[in-house]
Write a protein that binds this ligand. Sequence first.
Ligand code: NDP
Length: 296
Amino acid sequence: MNILLFGKGGQVGWELQRSLSVLGTVTALDFDSTDHCGDFANPSGVADTVRALRPDVIVNAAAHTAVDKAETEPDLARTLNATTPGAIALEAAKLGAWMVHYSTDYVFDGSGSRPWVETDTPAPLSVYGRTKRESEQRIAESGAKHLILRTSWVYAARGGNFAKTMLRLAQERDRLTVIDDQWGAPTGADLLADVTAHALRQLQQRPQDAGLYHCVAAGETNWNEYAKYVIARAQLMQSAINIIAKEVAPVPTSAFPTPAVRPHNSRLNTGKLQATFGLKMPHWQAGVARMLAEIL
Ligand code: NDP
């Protein structure tokens, strides 16, 4: 199997380089790759790359993920998140190739408290959410065989992440304030990459399982509880760590106004994914603990 991976240097892209390697030959590109265009600001250049390499599978981990910045550069966000993925999907359809793509809980408006299912109606609140929703629609309408995994609160050991920020602040300040009214599940880039490889393997035998799935770790939390878990777990793992924070105070989202509006309810129901692909999603705390073991 020839696999073309876009966005190889991102959180998920990096883990995909590992997980996809057992499925075939992986050509991994970034926005500044020189042999072939991997720059999503250039939709026709990326389409040329697909035509030139004729892969069996295209996995797209590239995106404009700076949610707040997207509010002030909506055209670039749309090109990166929707136009180029749409162009890839059209090429995939012509080739008969599979396309794998990632989307987000931000396609929903965050109302209620029930975990969203795939058939719920999206109503994005932000430029990022709208452009990611558009990517889902373009891919679905392209006629390409596809797998779209909607996920949330992605973290990885590599690069910056929420847990690292909380650990740093907890060693600098005696009191942290973290919002407690946005609910979801922190999901490891490694888990997403492993699920992708597993699903791709099954899809070769069962193409009828193509489509849109919610893919997040099990359980639910809010950012305040997440921060507390990270700090407590880090202290347990490494007693030498000098945590001075005595309190992680809960505050509402309104205490930290941001350009992009975030959904309060980001819970995603993974029943369809688990039933279709014979998977059991691990609890979010297991993945975060593992990431902490890697970074501490
Ligand atoms: P990252 O931001 O870690 O990775 C995105 C990648 O896209 C980076 O390597 C980035 O490069 C690259 N990129 C940026 N601009 C361009 C460009 N012009 N051309 C090509 N590549 C470019 O994101 P994640 O790995 O976390 O996200 C993977 C997928 O998951 C995305 O589709 C995202 O929308 C989705 N998702 C992510 C969530 C999260 O919390 N992070 C939540 C829900 C869904 P560089 O770093 O150099 O800018």
